[in-house]
Ligand binder design. Structure first.
Ligand code: GRE
Ligand code: ZN
Length: 324
């Protein structure tokens, strides 16, 4: 299929590049590094070859969210957004942007978001999970009350918010101690991000701002598969919802969430997701440069799916969601 749009497509600044190194074997680091720093050459060639018209670009992970020093976090977020704006300006038909924000300082995040949307023309936001604030061990999630004004602004600007993975701190997630190989894309990313998404669903922010639009990658980070049990466990007990939000969590997943297929090119998982969230809320993405564009595109193009749904997932859902 030609004209595919991807929305989990990363680059790095020199300042954030090293965050990606631990996920790549040393012999492949030169290749990963070159992929992360490139915009106009290798990336466009991959897109042309495999039928991607547009990438919504975002910074690598965990980057800003793992910088406890507020001033440094703010500084790098602004520099990242400026650099991305410059690259988009060179080729706006092929690239659009998702803002990187220093959630360590919610006031600054709001100001920078307004600048990114109103002046730089970015289409949304991508944040890498919880933020470490002032101290390494101080991990703050986005359902924290300090972010209420931020969510009000996101609602008012009506821009989608991509909740992207990061690892938990092993010092705080002792289930990974001695089994660090489980971290990253194998399990840690998805587990951490699913919990974060569920925290948002239960927090009540979607009752206050029903138009908030949250995107999660990797075929929904496992949530579609678990959605029934999340709401219907131990039904005979008639348990009340144990969280502030008004509805069952599936209500929010089906009304405020979109998922992408990034890094999860698996047909049974897609079928499950279609049944839980529907083809209007599933979007193509690759997860470049951590996944190959050809792996994503070949899987997607060969899917036995009706043409209408394929067009929606590959392209038109993204156009609608991001007002492209
Ligand atoms: C990602 O951005 O999703 C990612 C990384 C590092 C390794 C694998 C991966 O940031 O999918
Ligand atoms: Zn990613």
């Amino acid at each position: 299929m030609k004209g595919k749009i991807g929305l989990e497509e990363h680059y790095a600044l020199e300042d954030t590049l090293e965050d990606s190194r631990p996920f790549v074997p040393p012999n492949l680091w030169p290749e990963a590094r070159a992929r992360l720093l490139d915009f106009q050459e290798r990336r466009i060639a991959e897109m042309d070859r495999w039928g991607m018209e547009l990438m919504l670009l975002s910074l690598n992970a965990p980057a800003i969210q793992a910088i406890p020093d507020r001033k440094k976090a703010m500084d790098i977020s602004v520099r990242s957004n400026d650099l991305m704006a410059g690259e988009i300006a060179k080729n706006p038909k092929r690239f659009q942007g998702l803002a990187a924000l220093a959630m360590q300082d919610p006031d600054h995040a709001c100001k920078e978001l307004e600048r990114c949307v109103k002046q730089l023309g970015f289409r949304g936001i991508l944040v890498n999970g919880f933020s470490q604030i002032d101290q390494e061990e101080n991990c703050v999630y986005l359902d924290d009350p300090r972010y209420r004004p931020f969510w009000a602004l996101v609602s008012q600007l009506d821009v989608p918010f991509y909740l992207h993975p990061r690892n938990p701190l092993v010092s705080q997630a002792t289930c990974y101690k001695g089994a660090e190989w489980l971290l990253g894309p194998k399990w840690g990313f998805g587990n951490e991000t699913a919990v974060h998404a569920l925290r948002l669903m239960g927090s009540g922010i979607f009752d206050t701002h029903p138009n908030l639009k949250i995107i999660i990658g990797h075929m929904g980070e496992g949530i579609p598969f678990s959605l029934w049990r999340i709401d219907n466990h131990n039904a005979w007990m008639n348990l009340p919802n144990p969280y502030p939000a008004k509805h069952k969590l599936s209500y929010y997943f089906q009304n405020n969430f979109w998922i992408t297929v990034s890094g999860n090119f698996c047909t049974p998982s897609l079928v499950n997701s279609i049944m839980e969230i529907g083809t209007d809320r599933i979007l193509f993405s690759t997860d470049w440069p951590f996944e190959n564009v050809d792996h994503a595109a070949k899987w997607f193009d060969d899917l036995e799916l009706n043409e209408n749904d394929k067009l929606k997932i590959g392209r038109t859902n993204a156009q609608k969601l991001f007002k492209l």
